[in-house]
Design a binder for this molecule. Structure first.
Ligand code: NI
Length: 255
C-alpha cells in the first residue's frame, strides 16, 4: 500500500469526478494521501476533504505564488486551520524564483513567517523550492528544523544539497520527474539518498509520471514513482512502498 505524500485533489481539474477518483484509491493500493493547500481557500478545501475521507490528511499553508497580499490576520486564520485534528503539516510554503509570481522579498518574508508558525504550533513543514536553492537553504538553516521535521517536496536539486537537507532532519520527496527520460540528477538523488530519507508523491493533478505523462495526474500514479525508485535502487516495489509509508507517517506524525 502506498502513501501519496503530496497531492492537490481539491484542484478544479477534479471538479467533474473527484468522488469517483478518490473512491478508486483503495482498490489501487493507495491507503493514505496528504492533500496540500497553497492558499487559504485551498487549505480550507483540503481540510474538507480530510474530514470527509478517513485516509486523507490535510496540509495547510500559503505557496510563494500567493504571498503578495498576505497579512498577519491571514496567519491567524492559518493557525486556526492548522489546529484542526486532521491537519498534519504547514505547507506548501517556500520560494519560487522560476515563476516569480510574488516579489522575492515577500516570498522570503512569508516563508520565514510560516516556518515560525510551524515552530510555534510544533508541526512539520512541506517546502516548495524552485530555482531558489541558495535562499531556501539559508532560510531553513536559520531554524532548528529537526525539532519539527519537514519535507522538500518534488525535489529537483543536487545530491549534495539533498544530503544537507537530510542532515537537517528533513525528508526528500520524489515526484513524477524521477521517471522522466534523461533526468540524470533525479536518478542520482534516488540512488544516493537512503530509502529511510525518501518520500514518494504525485503533486497531482500536475507532473504525471511516465508512462502516463501529459495526462491529468492523480494519487494512483504514485506507484510509478515507487517502481522507478525500486528499479534505481535494485529493490522491490513493496520495500519502497513500506519504507516510504513509514517515513511519511513519521514526518506527518500519523499513527
Ligand atoms: Ni504541490
Amino acid at each position: 500500500m502506498f502513501f501519496d505524500s503530496h497531492a492537490h485533489l481539491d484542484d478544479d481539474k477534479f471538479n467533474r469526478d473527484r468522488a469517483q477518483v478518490i473512491g478508486a484509491m483503495e482498490g489501487a493500493g493507495i491507503s493514505l494521501i496528504a492533500n496540500i493547500g497553497d492558499d487559504l481557500e485551498t487549505s480550507r478545501k483540503s481540510l474538507v476533504l480530510a474530514k470527509k475521507y478517513p485516509f486523507i490528511y490535510a496540509v495547510v499553508g500559503i505557496h510563494p505564488h500567493h504571498v503578495e497580499k498576505l497579512t498577519e490576520s491571514d496567519m491567524n486564520e492559518l493557525a486556526l486551520l492548522a489546529e484542526e485534528d486532521k491537519v498534519v503539516a504547514i505547507g506548501e510554503i517556500g520560494l519560487d524564483y522560476y515563476y516569480d509570481n510574488s516579489p522575492r522579498d515577500l516570498q522570503k518574508k512569508w516563508f520565514k513567517r510560516q516556518i515560525e508558525l510551524a515552530m510555534e504550533l510544533d508541526m512539520p513543514i512541506a517546502v516548495h523550492n524552485r530555482d531558489s536553492n541558495a535562499d531556501c537553504m539559508e532560510i531553513l538553516k536559520k531554524f532548528d528544523i529537526r525539532k519539527i521535521g519537514g519535507i522538500m517536496h518534488c525535489y529537483s536539486g543536487s545530491v549534495q544539497m539533498a544530503k544537507e537537507v537530510v542532515s537537517m532532519g528533513m525528508y526528500i520527496s520524489m515526484a513524477g520527474p524521477v521517471t522522466f527520460k534523461n533526468n540524470r540528477r533525479g536518478i542520482e538523488v534516488a540512488c544516493e539518498i537512503p530509502l529511510e530519507n525518501l518520500l514518494i508523491e504525485t503533486d497531482s493533478p500536475y507532473l504525471s509520471p511516465e508512462p502516463v505523462r501529459g495526462t491529468r495526474n492523480d494519487s494512483r500514479n504514485v506507484r510509478y514513482v515507487a517502481e522507478k525508485i525500486a528499479e534505481i535502487k535494485g529493490i522491490s516495489v513493496e520495500e519502497v512502498a513500506k519504507q516510504t509509508m513509514e517515513n511519511a507517517k513519521n514526518v506527518y506524525r500519523i499513527k
